[in-house]
Design a protein around this ligand. Structure first.
Ligand SMILES: Cc1cc2nc3c(=O)[nH]c(=O)nc-3n(C[C@H](O)[C@H](O)[C@H](O)COP(=O)(O)O)c2cc1C
Length: 168
């Protein structure tokens, strides 16, 4: 879990006066407008529940304890594997972090940035012999509500279940 979080959003350096972070993924203008939430089910040493990744301290905060497999699968339009895996990564975006600088042109870099995060998760999973799958098919209101996001200043932009795949 530590390696997956580090590879997808880890902070390598904090720039002058806390103006920006440099991470293990690129981001237009080093804006890094994302937060990472993880629905944990089968990770040694972690209770089941919803966690938030605090990138600056490379640590996890347990937001809600419990098994949310069915709710996550339901929010993912019934894609069962998205909820019933070992851990489901969910990235939200806080658009203002990019918009104050890039205004209406922000939407392109935000979406490009999101692609880099998920691609790095794919690479990190491959290195650990784990499987993942990019997920963009979900009910926006349901997943935002499940995590407790307002859907306006912060909302889910991408998801990725992680687990040990069957090898054929
Ligand atoms: C932006 C994006 C969204 C995707 N959303 C889903 C999804 O909601 N459900 C799913 O099963 N696969 C999803 N996928 C995975 C694609 O279906 C998959 O990458 C494609 O079928 C090719 O398979 P491969 O990645 O194994 O080569 C998504 C992929 C991308 C890049």
């Amino acid at each position: 879990m530590s390696f997956l979080l580090w590879s997808s959003q880890g902070v390598k350096a904090v720039m002058k006066n806390n103006y920006a972070t440099l991470r293990t993924v690129p981001s237009a203008g080093a804006r890094h407008p994302f937060e990472t939430y993880i629905f944990v089910r089968l990770v040694k040493g972690l209770k089941r529940g919803l966690y938030r990744y605090v990138a600056l301290s490379h640590s996890l905060v347990l937001e809600k304890e419990g098994d949310f497999a069915s709710e996550v699968a339901d929010a993912a339009l019934g894609q069962k594997f998205v909820g019933h895996c070992a851990a489901t990564f969910v990235w939200s975006v806080i658009p203002y972090r990019t918009e104050w600088r890039y205004d209406l042109t922000s939407y392109k870099p935000i979406l490009l940035d999101a692609g880099h995060i998920c691609q790095n998760l794919y690479l990190a999973c491959e290195a650990l012999n784990l499987g993942t799958c990019a997920i963009a098919a979900y009910d926006q209101e349901k997943i935002d509500k499940l995590i407790g996001l307002d859907g306006y200043d912060e909302f889910v932009i991408y998801m990725a279940p992680v687990g040990k795949p069957k090898r054929y």
